[in-house]
Design a protein around this ligand. Structure first.
Ligand SMILES: [Fe+2]
Ligand SMILES: [Fe+2]
Length: 494
């Protein structure tokens, strides 16, 4: 046993060492590419040539700064998620958006006008796909890198150039973006924010270009008209640049969503469309389960709103949580009609296996069809490691108390996100309420569901709080009460 643990620790250390080297190579490689692009952006070919010959230290200094900045971003993004795979995905998004932004900025600086450079694209992409904290960090660091590049390797080293000032304007506007956008923003919000930042950038660009124009010394009153014209031009270019950034984002949004399998609200509403193949199949093959999923969707959405989670994500996960039941739907109570129950003909162990396997099958099915991990893993986690009590008790009775609980339990894992916990509680409460609402008060039914899952430690791996659980419980009771309220009985016309 000891030898096994030593070998396991050695393996883990080796893989950690391997990942440190891999990360170092990625950061150094990125620093080389970024330095190269910044050199092309901030310098002329002649200037780069003379720098390499006379003052290569300036280029190395720029490389060192790029390395430190990218290392900082790498460490922050790498540590923002417990799940290593998600962190790698976020790192890739950040690096791709940095390279795309520098590339587009380079083209704008070179061929059009510095103020049209869509630098705001960087904070927009990172805010929506990675998060606000990282977007603020990247926006500030990227702009600092741009300024330092001009200071170190620019032809004049002049800080007051249109290129540098347009970078500062974009950074300030970028902070505005960070506070107004997030992953759950809709199309209207993107457009309103786009117009908002474009308008905000106008006075900033005007003032910046005026500063650039006046920095050369005293301006002849006659030449003042030209200075003002240049500033107005910069203002219009800046408006166009920020609109361009949001437009590029909206066009590339579906590409990012499908390449990185990230759920924005656009994508989630597509998944919730009943014409989607998986949901259509669920409705046709297992109509009882389909109805149950819709009810869980209503509950989950309200619970998510109550605790500040994404309601659209909760609803989508609820719609898909039981898709694994499309294999052998007749083994699940909600799909049994006419008193036929296939469990009557098999032993409890096999019944439990048939029931518990829907979690893994649902996960595999969604992964095979390209669904994001965030949705698929709810299939696996929505029962956690709970036992299928009915068949466990049945087997225990047959075997005179010798039934093994593990054989009648879901393999897990337990919920690892608040949304998975919501689905677990909404799912069990909906099913229990449907079965017993006219016999037992709703608060008792839901209270028991919560207590049982807490007793089994189902929230041990989930960042959910007691306050969240209380709010979820009250919401489920309220919504279920609305669904199952007593109606005035129907009296046919005589
Ligand atoms: Fe289920
Ligand atoms: Fe369910």
């Amino acid at each position: 046993m000891r030898n096994f643990q030593v070998a396991k620790t050695k393996d883990r250390m080796e893989s950690e060492q391997h990942s440190v080297w891999l990360n170092a190579i990625i950061v150094i490689g990125m620093a080389f590419i970024v330095t190269g692009l910044l050199l092309l952006m901030s310098s002329t070919p002649e200037n780069i040539g003379s720098l390499f010959v006379d003052n290569p230290l300036r280029i190395w200094a720029l490389f060192a700064i790029a390395l430190v900045i990218l290392f900082t971003i790498h460490v922050f993004v790498g540590n923002m998620e417990r799940d290593g795979r998600t962190a790698q995905k976020y790192l890739l998004i950040v690096y791709v958006s940095i390279l795309v932004t520098i590339g587009l900025t380079l083209v704008c600086y070179e061929f059009i006008n510095p103020y049209i450079a869509p630098i705001t694209l960087l904070p927009v992409i990172i805010t929506v796909f990675v998060g606000r904290r990282i977007a603020i960090l990247c926006d500030g660091l990227f702009s600092a890198l741009l300024l330092l590049a001009y200071m170190l390797v620019g032809p004049t080293g002049n800080m007051l150039s249109s290129e540098v000032m347009s970078g500062i304007v974009s950074m300030l506007v970028g902070y505005f973006v960070v506070f107004f956008l997030n992953r759950t923003s809709n199309r209207t919000r993107y457009l309103v924010t786009g117009v908002g930042i474009a308008l905000l950038s106008m006075p900033l660009a005007f003032a910046s270009e005026l500063l650039v124009q006046l920095s050369s010394g005293t301006v002849d009153p006659l030449a003042m008209q030209g200075v003002l014209m240049e500033s107005v031009k910069a203002t219009l270019w800046s408006f166009a640049g920020n609109m361009l950034a949001v437009s590029i984002f909206l066009v590339t949004l579906p590409i990012f969503e499908s390449v990185f399998k990230i759920c924005t609200d656009f994508k989630l509403s597509e998944y919730c469309n009943f014409r989607v193949k998986v949901l259509r199949e669920l409705a046709e093959i297992a109509p009882g389960t389909f109805n149950h999923c819709m009810m869980v969707g209503v509950l989950a959405e309200s619970c998510a709103i109550a605790i500040g989670e994404n309601p659209q994500l909760a609803r989508t996960c609820a719609y898909y949580h039981d898709v694994g039941k499309t294999r052998s739907p007749e083994f699940f109570a909600e799909n049994q009609h006419g008193g036929v129950n296939p469990h009557d003909d098999i032993i409890p162990e096999v019944s439990a296996k048939k029931i518990t396997s829907h979690a893994q099958y649902g996960y595999d099915m969604l992964k095979k069809r390209g669904y994001p991990e965030e949705i698929a893993k709810v299939c696996l986690e929505h029962h956690g490691t709970m036992p299928v009590s009915y068949f466990y008790r049945k087997a225990d009775k047959i075997s005179d108390g010798n039934a093994e609980l593990a054989k009648f339990s879901y393999p897990g894992p337990k919920p690892t996100s608040k949304v998975a916990a919501i689905i677990m509680l909404a799912d069990a409460s909906e099913a229990a309420a449907r079965a017993a609402v006219h016999k037992v008060p709703l608060d008792v039914i839901v209270g028991n569901i919560f207590k049982e899952r807490m007793d089994y430690g189902q929230f041990d791996d989930c960042p959910i709080t007691f306050d969240d659980l209380h709010k979820i419980k009250m919401t489920i009771i309220e919504v279920l009460d609305g669904i199952h309220h007593n109606r005035v009985s129907y009296t046919p016309k005589i």
